[in-house]
Ligand binder design. Structure first.
Ligand code: 5GP
Length: 191
């Protein structure tokens, strides 16, 4: 059955993006929901592939024009949001949609779509390990890492509201667990 929604949320550094990329290559008839953001591109990120990169001003106009299913100011002055047009585009092509979005946005979509959505929370084994991973990844300044770790503590408090929590202490195990849960969900007649 197509037209279902798979939501991945996690504190940053928990390994969510790695899992999402893996799952996109598993023949599950899923397409990635490209979010809009007002933060600038990082490294090799490309417009209309990783995100739709737009200015904060344009973002606010689009909020006023009710173009988002959900949006959050994830970090100060950094807006992120899921566009109605993106979900319509993917659904029209007969595919399921996979989201990589923050915890509040993920729960917001789950509330709107109910049984049509599977909300998965990826938890790091501990906040200390998350801290180490962010340091090793080396893509953030120490100040940004501090912000992300503080935010992670808060985000962990939402885990219980998700349909499934995967503790990412072993990447291979997490990949299998996520894939099995998604296959089961896509094959079920819950909608
Ligand atoms: P990053 O800047 O590292 O790409 O993303 C920062 C956070 O914003 C991540 O937790 C990411 O999942 C989240 N995010 C990305 N797109 C969206 C979106 O459309 N809506 C919401 N609410 N969060 C998003």
């Amino acid at each position: 059955m197509s037209g279902k929604l798979i939501i991945f949320s996690a504190p940053s550094g928990a390994g969510k993006s790695t899992l999402v990329h893996y799952l996109l290559g598993r023949g599950l008839n899923m397409e990635f929901s490209i979010s809009a953001t007002s933060r600038p591109p990082r490294g090799v990120e490309k417009d209309a592939k990783d995100y739709y990169f737009i200015s904060a001003e344009k973002f606010r106009q689009m909020i006023d024009n009710k173009m988002f299913i959900e949006h959050e100011e994830v970090y100060k002055d950094c807006y992120y949001g899921t566009l109605h047009s993106e979900v319509e585009r993917i659904t029209a092509s007969g595919k399921n949609i996979i989201f990589d979005i923050d915890v509040k946005g993920g729960l917001n979509i789950k509330r709107q779509f109910g049984d049509r959505a599977l909300a998965i929370f990826i938890a790091p084994p501990s906040v200390e390990i998350l801290h180490q991973r962010l340091n090793t990844r080396g893509t953030d300044t120490p100040e940004m890492i501090k912000r992300r770790v503080e935010k992670a503590d808060f985000e962990m408090t939402f885990a219980a509201q998700f349909d499934l929590v995967i503790v990412n202490d072993d990447l291979e195990k997490s990949k299998n667990e996520a894939e099995q849960a998604i296959r089961h969900f896509l094959n079920s007649e819950s909608v």
